[in-house]
Design a protein around this ligand. Structure first.
Ligand SMILES: [Mg+2]
Length: 181
């Protein structure tokens, strides 16, 4: 249960405070692709997300994409952005996150995981002691299995609030989104 608790919840990647991450001595980001940077299954990344990656780089962050999507899909966005990617990541397994950190030459306490799923991105990152940032999925289009997990995610978040593991304000960012309506 504790390994499911995100360190931070943001409405989207645009709400991530780079200054706060720097204060935490974080200089690398392991970023999910589907429903974090690109609507699930879509072939194109919107301009705003490309700009966000550029902005993060300008702020001094090294970025690696870590995605459960097939390798060609992950690589197409890596090529677009000129950054490394680990595809077919099998998150929450740690292997892909470890590979991502190796590609960036950074250690667990120097990176943050950014993703839209509690049971893959957050759980996987927490297991390795990485700072985890949960963002709201940018599309409601996703696998049926993921849709089922969303219900479980919501229940887990409610429990975290009851137990005082996350603040109601943070949980509200998630509950205020329309992903589970
Ligand atoms: Mg995702």
């Amino acid at each position: 249960m504790r390994k499911l608790i995100p360190d931070l919840i943001c409405a989207s990647v645009f709400d991530i405070d780079f200054g706060d991450l720097k204060k935490r001595k974080i200089s690398g980001l392991l970023v999910d692709i589907d429903n974090t940077l690109v609507p699930w299954g879509e072939p194109e990344m919107e301009e705003a997300f490309i700009h966000w990656v550029r902005k993060a780089q300008k702020e001094g962050f090294a970025i690696c994409l870590v995605s459960n999507a097939k390798r060609p899909r992950a690589q197409s966005f890596a090529d677009l952005l000129g950054i490394p990617a680990v595809g077919l990541a099998l998150k929450p397994l740690g292997r892909a996150f470890r590979k991502g950190m190796a590609l960036l030459n950074l250690k667990p306490h120097e990176v943050a995981v950014v993703g839209d799923q509690l049971f893959t991105d957050v759980f996987g990152g927490n297991r390795l002691g990485i700072y985890t940032i949960l963002i709201n999925p940018i599309s409601r289009n996703e696998l049926d299995s993921t849709k089922m997990m969303r219900k479980l995610e919501r229940r887990m978040l409610e429990r975290m609030v009851r137990r005082g593991d996350i603040s109601p304000q943070l949980a509200q960012i998630r509950q205020g989104s329309d992903y589970d309506e």
